[in-house]
Design a protein around this ligand. Sequence first.
Ligand SMILES: NC(=O)c1ccc[n+]([C@@H]2O[C@H](COP(=O)([O-])OP(=O)(O)OC[C@H]3O[C@@H](n4cnc5c(N)ncnc54)[C@H](OP(=O)(O)O)[C@@H]3O)[C@@H](O)[C@H]2O)c1
Length: 330
Amino acid sequence: MKAWVVHELGGPESLRFEDVDAGAPVAGEVRIKIHAASINFPDVLMVAGLYQVKPDLPFVPGIEASGEVVKAPAASGFKPGDRVMAMLDNAGLTHGGYAELADAAARSVMRMPPSMPFDEAAGFTIVFQTGWFALHRRANLQPGETLLVHAGAGGVGSAAIQLGKAAGATVIATAGSDEKVAVCRKLGADHAINYKTQDFVEEVKRITGGRGADVVFDPVGGDVFDRSTKCVAFEGRIVVIGFTSGRIPQAATNHVLIKNYSVVGLHWGLYAKRMPELITVAERALTELYEAGKIKPYVSTRLPLTQAPRALALVAEGKSTGKVVLTISS
Ligand SMILES: NC(=O)c1ccc[n+]([C@@H]2O[C@H](COP(=O)([O-])OP(=O)(O)OC[C@H]3O[C@@H](n4cnc5c(N)ncnc54)[C@H](OP(=O)(O)O)[C@@H]3O)[C@@H](O)[C@H]2O)c1
């Protein structure tokens, strides 16, 4: 099979397109013929050797894909031809998504919602599960509350906007360009702020009549986190999702105390290990929302597998909106 392989850590240009001997499926795992693979920000970090998970070299990047089952152990509950989406762990050359085939642990394979196309399915699980756990499990978002979503036009941000609206919240989104602000509005944000030309703290206070946001969804960190503490409401919750700004901020606990707010973390991947039953609860809820037309993965860019370095660079440079997806038609 053809696959993009990382032999040396670095930027997107360090990927090599190669023939990889897929051999027989890894024992006990589900072999999937990949139709689409999405680019996630952690791919950028993993290829550079900067992610908490560091696969042995060489490895095939790509932690999320959709496709058809080719072969599956009887105990897995899957059979050839099933349309599935899978989380991939990059351990070994048949475990990454930037490839024509991948082997995945059965517990990491889910059935696609029946009406969902492969490109949407490749970009569905991580961003919507992250959004669901952040808003419902960690922040307990309530109808009528105000949700502030940073990097609203990005992958997890685009999902959080839609989930916030589906939950009955008023959604304020921030983004780094007028084009991205327009994307946030299209995704359903009630208010969208270009944080490069407007002061989002002042805007959030103005929109909320001085109260601030009840829940802040923060995949950016750095100054964005620091400034969010200035516009979080009494009893508000700031959910720490990631640090695309490149700086891990420090929470001032005296400020947390005097303003009565919470800083809560979310590491979605840990739920698969610690509370897998909740992943299934979220999967059911998300499938229902999708089938009801209330959420939809925002796939902004589709590129063929041969253009994986370009696709990865778009995400690495913060130039993408929504999901960038590799389409694979072998
Ligand atoms: N905690 C979890 O369980 C979990 C799960 C999934 C993802 N994540 C994390 O969430 C973060 C976002 O992931 P994503 O897939 O949504 O990424 P994405 O689609 O690439 O969006 C990230 C956005 O961050 C903003 N940004 C600000 N400073 C940036 C910089 N220096 N470089 C690049 N982007 C910058 C950009 O939006 P603007 O131009 O609008 O600023 C960009 O569009 C990542 O850190 C990822 O690791 C965490």
